[in-house]
Design a protein around this ligand. Structure first.
Ligand SMILES: O=C(O)CCC(=O)C(=O)O
Ligand SMILES: [Fe+2]
Length: 336
């Protein structure tokens, strides 16, 4: 019988991939591991990722400092239609999801940045979707520097990982030159207070899949992430202090005709501690048209999806879920 409880218990055997060969210029040495992990789990750990621990610590410290500000200061940076800024506690309900009847708001507060842009950037001036300006807090020294430093190195890591994905797909890196020349990136700082009551369909973040190509998660000090691998019950993801956790998202699933999967996950924090988390979301250029790769289309597996851009996929979710675009009731979705 399926586990319908709200706390996964068993430790899953999420694969661990060592990135040493990737940094030695041999992405093909890890291609098959990425392929197997993305196909079977949609999650894998990466070891020897090269991101310095002090940079990770800096972002966690920034997150704690941000969320401990007075609510009024945070609300000055309230999230906008580009999904940049502060989303208050219980400010989002994942109503796009069909995995679970998500009727309750998420028990977290969040803050999102995207790529840092200049007000004179032509895309900003043209108000292109998801190319807006970040909203920085005023009185937090080194906050902006920590977040931009971290997104810079994790974006570089993500681009290296794309070499591993190319090897996994059996396509040349040339194929990814255009989509990943100016990737769509987003960093989320999240604060999940201790959830006193578990159950009642309430979560730190309700069951969902991520929208983009992949998400890179630094290890949290406090556990709470649960995933539901294909054909399995919910499992609690272990925290491996020396590894980042990567999960593959909806856009990648479309690109690969459902071969690489976007696995449902959720967060329940009932540890008695405050939980902070800093997921980094990585996708192709928001205007790049993602069309199923030929290598994933055959007579047995005909193409399932129409071509789509990230901006369209993300925009649909926002139009469907952002109540304030319709009737001013407030933001109701985390779009990752
Ligand atoms: O907080 C976490 O560990 C995961 C967050 C998450 O799933 C998301 O932001 O999409
Ligand atoms: Fe997620």
């Amino acid at each position: 019988m399926a586990d319908t409880s709200q706390t996964g218990t068993s430790l899953g055997s999420i694969p661990i991939i060592d990135l040493v060969p990737l940094f030695e210029g041999k992405p093909e040495a890890i291609g098959h591991q990425i392929r197997d992990a993305s196909r079977d789990y949609g999650f894998f750990f990466i070891r020897n990722h090269g991101v310095r621990q002090d940079m990770v610590d800096g972002v966690f410290a920034a997150a704690e400092a941000f969320f401990s500000q007075p609510e009024d200061d945070k609300l000055k940076l309230k999230v906008d239609s580009n999904n940049i800024g502060f989303m208050p506690f219980k400010g989002s309900t994942l109503r796009t999801e069909t995995l679970n009847n998500n009727t309750k708001p998420n028990l977290n507060e969040s803050y999102f940045i995207m790529r840092e842009r200049d007000p004179a950037d032509p895309d900003v001036v043209a108000k292109k979707p998801f190319r807006g300006l970040n909203k920085w807090p005023e009185n937090l020294p080194s906050f902006r520097e920590s977040l931009l430093g971290y997104t810079g190195v994790v974006e570089a890591l993500a681009k290296r990982l794309v070499e591993g994905f190319a090897a996994a797909f059996g396509v040349s890196m040339e194929y990814f030159r255009t989509p990943f020349a100016d990737p769509q990136i987003s960093l989320r700082l999240a604060h999940y207070p201790d959830q006193k009551i578990v159950g009642n369909n309430e979560f730190g973040i309700a069951p969902h899949t991520d929208f983009g190509f992949m998400t890179i998660l630094a290890p949290t000090k406090v556990p709470g992430l649960e995933i539901r691998p294909k054909g399995k019950d919910w499992i609690r993801a272990p925290v491996l202090p020396d590894c980042f956790l990567v999960n593959t998202g909806d856009l990648l699933q479309r690109w690969t005709n459902d071969v690489f999967i976007s696995t449902p996950h959720r967060v329940t924090n009932n540890t008695g501690k405050e939980r902070y988390s800093i997921p980094f979301f990585f996708s192709p250029n928001s205007e790049y048209v993602v069309d199923t790769m030929d290598v994933f289309i055959s007579e047995q597996s005909p193409k399932k999806y129409e071509p789509i851009t990230y901006a369209e996929l993300y925009g649909r979710a926002i139009r469907k879920n952002y109540d304030h675009l319709n009737d001013n009731r407030g933001v109701t979705v985390d779009v990752a």
